[in-house]
Each structure stands twice: as structure tokens, then as C-alpha cells.
Design a protein around this ligand. Structure first.
Ligand code: AMP
Length: 286
């Protein structure tokens, strides 16, 4: 695996004659786990060149304490990516992505897609996220962009941005990888105590229970209450537990209201914010 820090070096490496092929890209903030590696694996299967970036984007952290506490085990990450078989690791500094004097801001407005859920609880987060993804795409110029379902709202917004600018990249959604108790893998999980991490499987349990009740036609309000109670009983606080149209991210109350329905939630466990989601109704029979 080749490692580059500067965008110009990345372009040089990509432009070497004979390197041509379909380029897959996996943007990350590091502290890699099996979830990230599943995206890398998928890219390796479906493209010729797999580029991974590790960049903790300060502009998408609305909470400075969260940014300061974000884990950065770069040596471990490099080893994991090399073992996985990634071809190129892009490891920029903040000045490489936001060069001094480059004050461009994108004119893309995610509108209602960013109004609820993460957008509501983390003001400015999606603006910062869209900006860094735009800049990374500009540098890497991939054919396919691999992102996790775990961050469903993020993915929906990136898809809309790609449409908005008519960018020549295909966004590929990859399934959420989970710990054995169902907890969605996240770089933040290492900050949980062992006891909380064990109990945090309840978030997935509450999504599974909600899905069954929703498909039976139980009222959305009652389902939400049941899920919130389950999670609270485990000692955690629920920030939101929303049932939304998977395309527009607007709330729905009935299983016939949209062809794609997703339940999304955010939970505070100790001082860690955990998010998860599950497709409850899908047009795809698989
Ligand atoms: P992050 O480093 O948290 O910005 O995540 C980088 C990419 O990995 C994003 O596309 C995430 O959605 C994806 N990702 C994070 N956790 C998981 C997971 N448990 N399963 C699948 N993809 C994930």
C-alpha cells in the first residue's frame, strides 16, 4: 500500500501510465474497525484501484470536545489497511484539504434532508461533511464511492449532492457491520465502558422490536414509546427515534406511506453518542 499526504502526490500516483482502471474510494475518519474494512473489501471486489482516506474533518464537529476525544490510532489503521489490500492511503493534514486562502464554500443546500435527526442535534455537521466529501471527491476523482448504511442520513445527503453537481461518481451503500450483541460498530465504541458496551446491544434490539410491531401495523407513536422505554431501561438516553421515508427523510406513521421506510435513532450512552438505523419497509424483496 502506498501512502500519500499531499493532494498533488495523490494525483501523481493516480496518473502514472498503466494505472488506469475503475477507482473506488472509501473516505473515513480513521480508528478503523470491521465496518470500515467491509467497505474496503467491497471496493476491492468491485473496482481496480481502492483509495482510502483518513481525515478527521474539524468542520463537521459541532462539539469541540468530541473532536478532541476522537481516537486517532494511525499506526494501527495503516496496518489494517495494508493487510486488507487497499492500494493507496490518503492521509492529508487540515491545510491540504483547506489550504489557507481557499475559502470556497459549496452552494449545495441539503434542505429538508438535513433538517431532522443528526441535522437537528448536530447543527452545521452536514454542511461540514458535504464540504469535505466534495473536496475529497475533487482530489481523488473516484468512479465509485463506498459509504456505510450506518450513517444513513449522511449517505442520503451525499447522494443528493452528487445529483446536484452531476458528479460522475456512483454512491454505493454498504450494510452496517455489528458487534455480536448487535451494537453497530463505531470508532466511538471504544470510549464505552465494558458494561455499557455490552448493554448497548439494546439499541439494535429496539430497532428489531420496532420493525416487527410496525409491520404488524401498530401505531408509530406506540412503537417509538416502546423502543425509547427499552433503551432507557438499559440506562441510556434517546435523542431521537424517528421513522422516516428512506428517500425524503420525512416522518411517516404508516407502513404503506412510502416504499422505503427506515427507522433511525441516536442514543447517549455514558458520554458517547451512538447512532443506528434499520430499513423497516423496502421495495426490494431481498
Ligand atoms: P467514519 O470514519 O465514521 O466517518 O466512517 C467512514 C465510513 O465508514 C462511512 O461511510 C460510514 O458510514 C462507514 N461505517 C462506519 N461504521 C460502519 C459500520 N458499522 N458498518 C458499515 N459501515 C460503517
Amino acid at each position: 500500500m502506498y501512502i500519500v499526504h499531499r493532494p498533488a502526490h495523490l494525483r501523481e500516483w493516480m496518473n502514472v501510465p498503466g494505472r488506469a482502471g475503475i477507482v473506488g474510494f472509501v473516505p473515513t475518519m480513521g480508528a478503523l474497525h470491521t465496518g470500515h474494512l467491509s467497505l474496503v473489501k467491497r471496493s476491492l471486489e468491485e473496482t481496480d484501484i481502492t483509495v482510502v482516506s483518513i481525515f478527521v474533518n474539524p468542520r463537521q464537529f459541532n462539539d469541540p470536545a468530541d473532536l478532541a476525544k476522537y481516537p486517532r490510532p494511525v499506526e494501527d489503521d495503516i496496518r489494517l489497511l495494508a493487510e486488507a489490500g487497499a492500494h493507496l492511503l490518503f492521509l492529508p493534514e487540515v491545510e491540504d484539504i483547506y489550504p489557507p486562502g481557499d475559502n470556497r464554500v459549496i452552494d449545495f443546500d441539503p434542505g429538508p434532508l438535513a433538517a431532522g435527526m443528526e441535522g437537528f442535534f448536530r447543527p452545521g455537521h452536514f454542511q461540514g461533511m458535504a464540504e469535505v466529501v466534495y473536496r475529497l471527491l475533487e482530489i481523488v476523482r473516484p468512479d465509485r464511492l463506498f459509504m456505510g448504511q450506518k450513517d444513513y442520513q449522511q449517505l442520503a445527503i451525499v447522494r443528493r449532492m452528487v445529483q446536484h453537481y452531476d458528479l460522475p461518481v456512483e454512491v454505493v451503500m454498504c450494510p452496517t457491520q455489528r458487534e455480536p450483541n448487535g451494537l453497530a460498530m463505531s470508532s466511538r465504541n471504544v470510549r464505552l465502558s465494558a458494561a455499557a458496551r455490552a448493554r448497548a446491544g439494546v439499541i439494535h434490539d429496539a430497532l428489531v422490536a420496532g420493525r416487527a410491531a410496525f409491520r404488524e401495523g401498530q401505531p408509530a407513536g406506540a412503537i417509538r414509546q416502546m423502543a425509547v422505554d427499552m433503551i432507557r431501561q438499559a440506562g441510556f438516553e434517546v435523542e431521537y427515534y424517528d421513522i422516516v421515508n428512506g428517500n425524503t427523510l420525512m416522518s411517516v406513521t404508516d407502513r404503506h406511506e412510502a416504499p422505503l421506510i427506515v427507522a433511525c435513532c441516536a442514543v447517549r450512552a455514558e458520554d458517547v453518542r451512538l447512532i443506528d438505523n434499520m430499513v423497516w419497509v423496502s421495495p426490494d424483496p431481498s
